[in-house]
Design a protein around this ligand. Sequence first.
Ligand SMILES: Nc1ncnc2c1ncn2[C@@H]1O[C@H](COP(=O)(O)OP(=O)(O)OP(=O)(O)O)[C@@H](O)[C@H]1O
Ligand SMILES: [Mg+2]
Length: 274
Amino acid sequence: MANTHCPRVIGVASGKGGVGKTTVSVNLAAALAASGQRVALLDADMGLANAQIALGSRSPLNISHVLSGERSLREVWVKTSAGVMLIPGASGRRDLAAIGEGEISTVIQSVDDIVDDIDVLVVDVAAGISPSVMSILSACHYRLIVLRDEPSSIADAYGTIKVMTTELGLDEVYLVPNMVPSQGSGWQLFKRMNDVCTRFLGLSVNYLTSIEADELIMDGLRKHQSVLTFAPGSSGARDFRRLGELVLDLPSLTDVQGQRQFFFERLLEVTQEG
Ligand SMILES: Nc1ncnc2c1ncn2[C@@H]1O[C@H](COP(=O)(O)OP(=O)(O)OP(=O)(O)O)[C@@H](O)[C@H]1O
Ligand SMILES: [Mg+2]
């Protein structure tokens, strides 16, 4: 009988840098782990390995050692205090700031090593819309676009959505307004973005929930903790618990699209069984 366990892979992107991808990736991963999921976080932002800093891990090994064939992924990933298995990015390796096309295939294949040990893989994707960013996003099963209510973030989020949908034919795109003053204003930001997508791209995007601005999120990360452990009663903890719940409710993995998705062989088995 086919083994139909297939982890879900969630890519977190934004277009513009500095709007909260790492914050969302780390806290979402922690929220999922806190709810009993077996979670890995892949830092695919090779420029600055900040998921590692955020989770307080000081592993000397990272994804570059997997790419070079020196280590297996299993030797590289580290358990963090949040209960999340972290696959550190290649910090300080300028040559790896943009992963090449060939390397992305290697990353995707190497993750097969942990298929039986995780339920969810969260991927912290680099900023921008480079071919390697788009390749990683195509390989994910769901795509979260983090945006802030400011013109450059909105413009870059729109640019990312446009390339993903019209050029690459990707769906399962979910907006996560971040650093908004209230859930209501986050919903308004989503509606404005969705109106623009409907009007100019002829398609709609989905909404999950918003993350309100909360200094405790930042204070927690400075202490290498998710906001769920640092300040469990905060609005940040509430928002990330909600995001975690919604992510677990995403549609099931029955609609196989690409040829180079994470856990592709397992995905095919799931589809055939389903
Ligand atoms: N909801 C929030 N409330 C308060 N501060 C936040 C929130 N989200 C993010 N921040 C802060 O904003 C800054 C940028 O966030 P983060 O590093 O997660 O962005 P990024 O998109 O990963 O950036 P880069 O493109 O450089 O990787 C950080 O100092 C972070 O603590
Ligand atoms: Mg980041």
